[in-house]
Design a protein around this ligand. Structure first.
Ligand code: ZN
Length: 99
């Protein structure tokens, strides 16, 4: 994610992925106040829409008698979340709040 003011990287993926910085952050290079652009917001919406049915399915079909070998279904929910986040990070961006 590049900063619209200085053109440098505004945030690292590891920091961005933690969530709270995804929608509003301060540029690591020039300290500009930034908020997520529409592409980023839509990336999150689409990722959530993909995840919700997967989470519901994983929870609805989960049985406490299942062993750890059945917990793959929760890992399967995390995979589209990671892919969605990676695509959103790659394609999304920020706009300056200071304009
Ligand atoms: Zn900047």
């Amino acid at each position: 994610m590049t900063c619209p003011k200085c053109g440098k990287r505004a945030i690292r993926f590891t920091k961005w992925f933690k969530g709270s910085n995804a929608f509003a952050t301060t540029c690591e290079s020039c300290s500009a106040n930034l908020r997520a652009n529409q592409t980023t917001v839509w990336g999150f919406v689409v990722t959530l829409l993909v995840m919700i049915p997967l989470v519901v399915f994983a929870a609805a079909t989960y049985d406490k008698s299942m062993g750890p070998e059945k917990s793959w279904r929760f890992v399967a929910v995390a995979i589209p979340a990671l892919i969605g986040a990676a695509i959103t990070y790659a394609k999304g961006g920020y706009v300056s709040k200071d304009q």
